[in-house]
Design a protein around this ligand. Sequence first.
Ligand code: SF4
Length: 249
Amino acid sequence: MTSNRNQILKEMGITQWMLRETEVGIVADDASAQIPNSPVVKEPAKNSPTAVIQIEDVSNSGIDEQADLNALRLSVAACTACSLSQSRNHTVFGEGPEQADWLLVGEAPGQQEDRQGKPFVGRAGQLLTQMIRALDKTREQMFIANTLKCRPPGNRDPLPEELQACEPYLLKQIELIQPKVILALGRISAQALLKSDQPLGQLRGQVYQYGPDKIPLIVTYHPAYLLRNPADKAEVWSDLLLAHKQISE
Ligand code: SF4
């Protein structure tokens, strides 16, 4: 962490990052409330911000078991499994190294992403890049993907049947990349990954263990939300520190 990061945090509107880091460190050290033998999803334990929750029984049916990331990308590009295939300009598979430590999962492509076929471009993408730089990382070090690979018209919320149709691609991406930490950006991503209907505010602040490999999963706000609600940037910073702690211990 460098003084350059202080400047980035200042640009993000965060000036007390040392305090936030200390708070997160204390909280994380107290994490011991693992829930054994839980089903696919357990409700977050109230007043227990560090409860570790098992998420099991994820499956990737419908995808070639032997597929690598390139084969998976081609499958997505040709996919017509839901009606979004009819209105998209480009699929947005995601980008990043195959062995990325971090997997960032957003909601769905927006207008710019649909045009360019890349995730998180435009203003929200710029803010995401700032957030990553604040961790002394670069975008190129992280795999950045979305829950849906095609743009919902008018940027509406994804429909349940669209999320269900697209889910196998994200599950296979997780299986292939084997990230050390997953950061769910926004309500749609968090609810889809955690199989939950809890509001984002209740899903934040905990370390989930995702799938059979128990990959740490952290929930935070979507950068597009932060553009509308900059006061919550400090909350995002605490989430980023919590995620960072999972792979730096
Ligand atoms: Fe296929 Fe997913 Fe695109 Fe639907 S959103 S067409 S399931 S790639």
